[in-house]
Design a protein around this ligand. Structure first.
Ligand code: MF3
Ligand code: CO
Ligand code: CO
Length: 313
C-alpha cells in the first residue's frame, strides 16, 4: 500500500498526495461503482441560468466585503459594522441572508478572537487593537446566495494570532486546490486537516461548509476534517458549495453560548480564525464565485494585511 506521504509511484519524485493520489482515488471509485446504478444524489448540478445567478450573487457578496474592509478597524463597534453591511446591501436592492435566518437577529456574523463563528454584532462590542476579527457575509441576489468571510488583523497583532490567521488562509487555498471533477468531496478534509495539524492548530469539526444555491445551506455538508461519515459525493461541473475552515490555535472543541444560543466559542479559550469562499466546480477545477473586486484585480484568492494568497498552480 502506498501512503499519502510516500514518494509517488510515477517517478516524479513528488509526494504521492501532491501527485497521482487523487487521480488514483477517482479511478478506484469509478472501478468500485462500475455497473452499479449511479448513487450520486439528485439536484446537485446547477443549470447555466442558475450558475449565472450564483455568479451574480457571489460577485455582489464580494463587493460588500471590499466595501466593509476599510471600516474594520480598532474603535468601531461590531453593531456599527453590521449596520453598514445592512444598509449597503439594501441600497443595492439585495437582501442580507442571515437577518431572520432561524431567528438570527443581524445582517452578518462578526466573530472576534476566541469566537469561532456566529458572533452577533452589538453596539456595545468594540473592536480593539490586537484583535483578530472574522466578518462573515451572506447576500441574496435575485434569489441566489453568495457566502464568504475573511479574518482581519487589527493593528498590532501577536505573532501567534498572525500565525493562526496565516494557517487558516492557507487552509482555504489548500481546500480550493483539490476541487476537480471526478474527485470525492472527502478530498477537501483530507487536504485541509493534515495541513492545519502540521502547523500546530486544529480544525473545528462541529461546523462545516455546505452546498449553496437558492437556499443558504443545501444538498451536502463539506467537512474540513477527515471523517468516514463524509457524504460520498463526487465533484461534477455545476456544483456550488462553500469551503470555510474554522481553525483553532488550541483544541478543536467548541461551545455555544447558552444565553444567546448563537455565539460559538473555543472550549479552551484559544483564538479561532476562518476564511470562506463560495465555489463552483468547472470542467477543469474550481471557480471562486465570491472573489471581491480587489481580489479579481490583483488576481489573488485572499489578501490579509498586505500578504497575498494565490491559487495553487
Ligand atoms: N454565514 C454562515 C455560513 O457560512 C452562516 C451564518 S447563519 C447565522 O454558513 F444564522 F448564524 F447567521
Ligand atoms: Co457558509
Ligand atoms: Co458564511
Amino acid at each position: 500500500m502506498i501512503e499519502r506521504n510516500d514518494v509517488c509511484w510515477c517517478g516524479s519524485g513528488k509526494k504521492y498526495k501532491k501527485c497521482h493520489y487523487f487521480e488514483d482515488q477517482a479511478k478506484e471509485l469509478a472501478h468500485q461503482t462500475q455497473g452499479k446504478p449511479q448513487k450520486q444524489k439528485k439536484g446537485l448540478i446547477k443549470s447555466d441560468s442558475e450558475i449565472d445567478g450564483m455568479r451574480r450573487a457571489g460577485a455582489f457578496n464580494g463587493e460588500v466585503m471590499d466595501y466593509i474592509r476599510p471600516f474594520v478597524k480598532a474603535g468601531i463597534s461590531t453593531g456599527e459594522l453590521d449596520k453598514l453591511v445592512h444598509e449597503y446591501t439594501l441600497a443595492h436592492g439585495h437582501i442580507p441572508a442571515t437577518l431572520g435566518y432561524n431567528g438570527y437577529p443581524k445582517s452578518c456574523c462578526i466573530s472576534r478572537n476566541n469566537i469561532v463563528c456566529h458572533g452577533i454584532p452589538s453596539p456595545d462590542e468594540y473592536i480593539q487593537d490586537g484583535d483578530i476579527v472574522n466578518v462573515d457575509l451572506t447576500s441574496i441576489v435575485d434569489g441566489f446566495y453568495g457566502d464568504s468571510s475573511e479574518t482581519f488583523l487589527i493593528g498590532d497583532v501577536s505573532e501567534d494570532a498572525r500565525h493562526l490567521v496565516d494557517v487558516t488562509a492557507q487552509a482555504l487555498i489548500t481546500g480550493i486546490a483539490v476541487v476537480k471533477p471526478g474527485r470525492p468531496l472527502s478530498s477537501i478534509g483530507e487536504a485541509i486537516e493534515p495541513f492545519v495539524k502540521s502547523h500546530g492548530c486544529s480544525v473545528v469539526r462541529q461546523y462545516t461548509g455546505h452546498g449553496i444555491g437558492t437556499r443558504f445551506h443545501e444538498n451536502f455538508t463539506v467537512y474540513h476534517h477527515i471523517d468516514s461519515d463524509c457524504e460520498k459525493v463526487i465533484f461534477e461541473p455545476g456544483m456550488t458549495f462553500t469551503i470555510e475552515p474554522m481553525v483553532n490555535r488550541g483544541g478543536y472543541q467548541v461551545v455555544t453560548d447558552r444565553k444567546d444560543g448563537w455565539t460559538v466559542r473555543t472550549k479552551d479559550g484559544s483564538l479561532s480564525a476562518q476564511f470562506e469562499h463560495t465555489i463552483l466546480v468547472t470542467s477543469t477545477g474550481a471557480e471562486i464565485l465570491t472573489m471581491t473586486p480587489s481580489q479579481r484585480k490583483e488576481n489573488v484568492v485572499l489578501s490579509v494585511d498586505g500578504k497575498v494568497y494565490k491559487n495553487h498552480e
